[in-house]
Design a protein around this ligand. Structure first.
Ligand code: PEP
Ligand code: MG
Length: 594
């Protein structure tokens, strides 16, 4: 058996300590490689493969038919996929390998795919070479039909395990439940990647960005995950296991104690009230928001209904989903963010052409303004839900007043449609802009003309301001919430909002990290929206800080020229003021610089 107490270090993504057995997912590991022995077996395998081809064809054809006439580009891609599916190199080659090499269908298909990949790699034309992505998309779809494996089945185990994977998509992560997955480790990802955010809201401890994890950890090995520090211990000896068991209990006791104060209001020690709201991704999280004392939902990320299933959701499905959240949260307000697809979240059913740089591509409001049919359906569903409680609408990734104006025009047009149909919606629905692109900070004064409120999305704002990909582990240590440029941007947005008399919140992960709360209070932020599990500790920090002190901390931090100085200063202040909170390293938050 391999060495005891092997220490690996990654990026802490979701707090908590767990000890369990590793279940390693590798791409190859997901393809079973059985050999066939009898002629009957070969025949049955060929039939199974042909059935999967038919099912894949039906699926792509159906998706093709569901596409709106104006989405020509996507229709072309699906037509191309149909051609690839029936191409000799994929179809006949797989059948040949089953017949002649006695490979099972999955293995034969994989070999055929690898062969095509090699051919593509030799092609000089970059554009044609890039089409291997389409072959891969067809291969994956076909494999899905062969194995009957859907994301929800990926995580069904008789006993809870620790998942070790190269990468997990946000959608795969939503299928995890803490009764089956105790924790997970991935090789890719950064602390504000959507996979990390979801793990946090599901309260599943996680470490991401751990190089070679799937090679270093063997299936069935015992593993300790410390989601507070990013440390992973493989094959612990008794002493190590005991020491982590103690730490785990201490942390859980601390968490429980902090949670007990979660219903208390978020008022500074000198009486200034703030609002602490929840970020949610799924309706099930509303109960967490209540449990941890949220004053409302400051960010409902609505992507997952689009990512979880193969077809686009219908207006009715969306409406039911939003109504459920709005009613369950009532009478508190719910801020529904319109579709933010793209970046590290992809709209799989439509098979959009892969982009070179998705974070700078057709994402969020840009996508919605282009695909207006999809957008209108969502707006209609949100407006209908507004008749059942307090709803606000928020547009992501606004980078110019024109975009905000166009989005508002569409909203008005959808209201007109509802009026004509005699369908009820609230007479006043506030409309906000997310401030997450530097251009929006610079033009914030102009945006206040058409925005009823702002919400600063620091996950993206930091990414775009510092040019640091939020999901890339190689630059994760440069992702700095306390960068002087970021602090100045926050200050500017707060000042502009105050002048215009509109509310301003912060809803990026920075707002849920206790380390940053006094600085943010001092910069004038009064609304914080975060992962529900972070609410109790953030409220505690707010209650133990006076506005005067916070303003002094912010003032001193703003005078420092480098982020290293700011980090040193703020960490020292916080360790000194809140020794109980910071003794675990990374307390109940995902965002502290490791
Ligand atoms: C953000 O960018 O800070 C944000 C809250 O949005 P998301 O993380 O969904 O991009
Ligand atoms: Mg964002």
């Amino acid at each position: 058996m391999s060495r005891k107490n092997r220490l690996l270090e990654g990026i802490p993504a979701s707090p908590g300590i767990v000890i369990g057995l590793a279940h390693v997912l590798t791409q190859e590991g997901q393809v079973s490689t059985r050999l066939l022995y009898t002629r009957e077996e070969v025949q049955a395998e060929l039939e199974r493969f042909n059935r999967a081809v038919d099912q894949t064809e039906e699926e792509i054809t159906r998706l093709r038919q569901e596409i709106a006439p104006d989405l020509k580009e996507h229709a072309h891609i699906l037509e191309l996929h149909l051609l690839i599916l029936r191409d000799r190199m994929l179809l006949q080659e797989t059948q040949k390998l089953i017949k002649e090499q006695n490979f099972n269908a999955e293995r034969a298909l994989y070999q055929a795919f690898l062969k095509i990949k090699e051919v593509f790699q030799r092609i000089g034309d970059k554009h044609i070479r890039g089409r291997i992505q389409d072959v891969e998309a067809v291969y994956r779809r076909l494999l899905g039909h062969l194995t009957g494996r859907t994301a929800s089945k990926l995580f069904e185990f008789p006993e809870p395990v620790i998942i070790v994977a190269r990468d997990l998509s946000p959608m795969e992560t939503t299928h995890m439940t803490s009764s089956q997955v105790m924790g997970f480790i991935t090789e890719r990802g950064g602390k504000t990647s959507h996979t990390a955010i979801i793990a946090h809201s599901l309260e599943i401890p996680a470490v991401v960005g751990l190089d070679s994890a799937t090679l270093e950890i063997e299936p069935g090995e015992e593993v300790i995950i410390n989601g507070l520090t990013g440390r992973v211990i493989v094959n612990p000896d008794d002493a190590m296991r005991r020491s982590y068991q103690v730490r785990k209990e201490e942390f859980e006791t601390f968490k429980l104690e902090v949670t007990q104060g979660s219903a208390l209001p978020a008022v500074t020690s000198d009486g200034h009230p703030s609002r602490v709201l929840a970020n949610i991704e799924l309706p099930e999280e509303v109960s967490l928001a209540h449990k941890y004392g949220a004053d409302g939902v400051g960010l409902y990320r609505t992507e997952f209904l689009y990512l979880r299933q193969r077809q686009l959701p219908t207006e009715e499905e969306l409406f039911q989903n939003y109504r459920q959240v709005v009613e369950a949260m009532g009478p508190r307000e719910v801020t529904i963010r319109t579709l933010d697809i793209g970046g590290d979240k992809f709209l799989s059913p439509l098979e959009y052409a892969p982009e070179m740089n998705p974070a700078l591509g057709l994402r969020a409001i840009r996508f919605c303004l282009k695909e207006q049919r999809i957008f209108r359906t969502q707006l209609k569903a949100i407006l209908r839900a507004s008749a059942f409680g307090q709803v606000r609408i928020m547009f992501p990734l606004i980078s110019s007043p024109r975009e905000l104006h166009e989005a508002r025009l569409l909203l008005e047009s959808v209201k007109g449609e509802l009026n004509r149909e005699g369908i009820a919606f609230a007479s006043k629905v506030s409309v906000g802009a997310m401030i997450e692109v530097p251009a929006a900070v610079t033009l914030a004064d102009l945006l206040t003309r058409e925005a009823d409120f702002f919400s600063i999305g620091t996950n993206d704002l930091i990414q775009y301001a510092l040019a640091i990909d939020r999901g890339n582990k190689s630059v994760a240590d440069m992702y700095e919430p306390l960068h002087p440029a970021v602090m100045r941007m926050v200050q500017d947005v707060v000042q502009v909002s105050r002048k215009a008399g509109i509310r301003v919140a912060m809803c990026g992960e920075m707002a849920g990290d206790p380390l940053y709360i006094p600085v943010l209070l001092g910069l004038g932020v009064e609304e914080f929206s975060m992962n529900p599990t972070s609410i109790p500790v953030v409220k505690r920090v707010i209650r133990m800080t006076s506005l005067d002190e916070a303003q002094e901390i912010a003032r001193q931090a703003l005078e420092l020229a480098t982020v290293e100085e700011v980090n040193d200063y703020v960490s020292r202040e916080m360790d000194h003021r809140f020794p109980d909170i910071f003794r675990f390293g990374r307390p109940l938050a995902t965002n502290r610089v490791p």
